[in-house]
Design a protein around this ligand. Structure first.
Ligand SMILES: NC(=O)c1ccc[n+]([C@@H]2O[C@H](COP(=O)([O-])OP(=O)(O)OC[C@H]3O[C@@H](n4cnc5c(N)ncnc54)[C@H](OP(=O)(O)O)[C@@H]3O)[C@@H](O)[C@H]2O)c1
Length: 310
């Protein structure tokens, strides 16, 4: 398959592109950051530029567009709601339109944050109730994609992994702090079902091969608090788990409201998917293994800081 992956400098897009290019022809789109020495073709494009985006789609003529680009920083969305809408709602809608006109398939990445987290265990049938600008604009984005392009595959996810900067994900936050002996807060009152980005990428590639369409929750098969995740990560690396200080999201002084229980049901996917979805420890073991084989360093070496556009 020929894949055009947006957000290829981001946490999910980069790991997705690296997994996908083992088997497929991959073109990864970056915006302000630049990549070097990637085993896939990296292309710079501002996807909100309609003419540039359409020309790129014509030029590459992909079988699938995998849309990972977004304004995924909750605090940045709260600070600039028009930009959040432009990137998280308007852009996916335009991509869905372009793709449905051109005949490619679209995989659009959404989030568990569309729910208010009062209950947890949400299925695809449950009514979303987004609390933040990020969540509202992401929900509007997924709804627009499915209305415009009913054949699109829309996935609500949660993930962690190694990133270009070495500091993008929650797991890197815990790892970087614990490794330097720094006490680190872990929220005991926020629950989620995080998947390793590499595992998520492999699952999504299988879902694409299976030709699935519509809305699916794609997360780990069990849930954990952010504090518990930090403790499991410390154990997996043999680091000092006592450095993780139990804390509350309410103490953190964050501007964007967070959903306390973001756990999702994966029953819909699990009823058709050929393998069991990974649990938390399996993902963390692979996160450690990737570190030991030099994967995190390899990602950081792809960061072409000198060419970054400010
Ligand atoms: N991170 C999480 O925990 C999480 C959880 C649930 C769902 N999600 C969803 O998963 C997806 C991927 O998130 P992520 O954390 O991997 O994102 P990320 O690391 O913040 O990366 C965002 C990407 O979007 C690109 N981008 C931004 N504006 C662009 C534009 N105008 N044109 C082209 N590209 C543009 C960025 O390019 P440059 O950096 O080169 O400018 C970057 O590659 C998003 O849809 C997000 O909402 C994330």
């Amino acid at each position: 398959m020929r894949l055009l992956i947006s957000g290829a400098s981001g946490l999910l897009g980069l790991n997705f592109a690296l997994e996908a290019c083992r088997e497929h022809e991959v073109y990864g789109i970056v915006h302000r950051r630049r990549l070097r020495q990637t085993p896939f073709t990296s292309i710079q494009c501002d996807l909100t530029d309609d003419a540039a985006r359409r020309q790129l789609l014509r030029q590459i003529s992909p079988d699938w567009v995998v849309h990972c680009a977004a304004l995924a920083d909750l605090e940045a969305c709260e600070a600039d709601p028009p930009l959040a809408k432009k990137l998280n709602t308007d852009l996916p809608a335009k991509l869905a339109e372009d793709v449905s006109n051109g005949g490619a398939r679209l995989l659009h990445v959404s989030t568990d944050a569309v729910f208010d987290g009062q209950r947890g265990g949400y299925t695809e049938e449950d009514e979303p109730h987004p609390l933040s600008v990020y969540a509202q604009t992401k929900l509007a984005g997924e709804q627009a994609v499915l209305a415009i392009h009913p054949n699109a595959l829309v996935v609500r996810v949660n993930f962690y992994g190694w990133s270009l900067s070495g500091k993008r994900s929650l797991a890197e936050f815990f790892f970087n702090n614990l490794r330097t002996g720094k006490e680190t807060p872990g929220f005991q009152d926020v629950f989620f079902c995080p998947l390793l980005a590499n595992d998520l990428a492999k699952i999504l590639l299988t879902m694409m091969k299976m030709d699935l369409k519509g809305l699916y929750h794609v997360v780990a098969c069990e849930s954990i608090s952010k504090y518990g995740f930090g403790v499991e990560l410390a154990r997996a690396f043999g680091l000092d788990e006592k450095l993780i200080r139990p804390s509350s999201v309410l103490e953190a002084g964050l501007r964007a409201s967070r959903s306390p229980n973001m756990t999702l049901s994966v029953a819909k996917l699990q009823s058709v998917f050929p393998q069991s979805l990974p649990d938390i420890r399996q993902g963390l073991q692979r996160f450690v293994a990737l570190y030991r084989e030099g994967y995190s360093e390899r990602l950081r070496s792809m960061n072409d800081e000198d060419s970054r556009v400010l």
